[in-house]
Design a protein around this ligand. Structure first.
Ligand code: HQG
Length: 181
């Protein structure tokens, strides 16, 4: 499977496992799981056939480990990034002292005013290191890295969860916990 095909399949999965399962008649359970056979059948029926082997390769080799099978291998879900409501069932986890958020300058006036909001997703995504945050910010332009006082937020009662692929999730980050470095 070449890189181009890998990216195409990954984007197709993102669309239907995070955002619009109904577009191909797929139903996710409340934790975001789709039945693998149903997914492959629905994709083929909607003009985008994927083999079981390709699916396995995308799950295993995807650069960010965006997707995961359940223990039986019969179900698949996105590890994070949903816009549809899902309860991933992740436990509340004490975060590291600081986490990072990569964004771009044009969002800063709003961010200083209202903090980080989930926007179209169901959680704010934070990165454990600056390199990852830089990659996230670069998607939108010249990256600006914000440092989040995660320990301070946790002490103030904010709940953090970490996805299967290492993305830290929180409902919101008030401006008082943000600094630019
Ligand atoms: C910004 C990708 C104005 C925020 C990445 C971001 C990540 C505000 C954008 C994952 C704001 C939302 C998530 C406010 C936040 N006013 N702008 N109050 N609060 N923003 O894509 O964190 O490839 O939903 O800074 O690698 O960029 O999809 O979030 O620029 O892990 O797996 O609003 O998506 O992963 O954008 O990225 P997003 P994100 P995948």
């Amino acid at each position: 499977m070449n890189e181009r095909r890998m990216v195409r399949v990954s984007k197709y999965l993102a669309r239907h496992l995070r955002h619009q399962p109904e577009r191909i008649g797929l139903t996710l359970d409340p934790a975001g799981w789709a039945d693998v056979d149903e997914l492959l059948t629905a994709a083929a029926a909607h003009g985008f056939p994927i083999t079981r082997d390709e699916l396995g390769q995308v799950v295993a080799a995807n650069d960010k480990k965006r997707y995961a099978f359940d223990e039986s291998g019969k179900r698949i879900r996105a590890s994070q990034g949903h816009s549809i409501p899902v309860d991933l069932g992740l436990p509340v986890t004490p975060p590291p002292e600081v986490l990072y958020h990569g964004t771009v300058g044009r969002f800063l006036p709003m961010i200083w005013r209202e903090g980080l909001k989930p926007m179209d997703r169901h959680a704010v995504h934070l990165s454990p290191d600056r390199e990852t945050a830089t990659r996230v910010g670069t998607r939108r332009g010249k990256p600006v890295i914000l440092t989040v006082d995660a320990a301070g937020m946790a002490a103030a009662g904010h709940e953090f969860r970490v996805s299967a692929n290492g993305v830290w999730l929180v409902d919101a980050v008030p401006p008082g916990f943000l600094t630019i470095t």
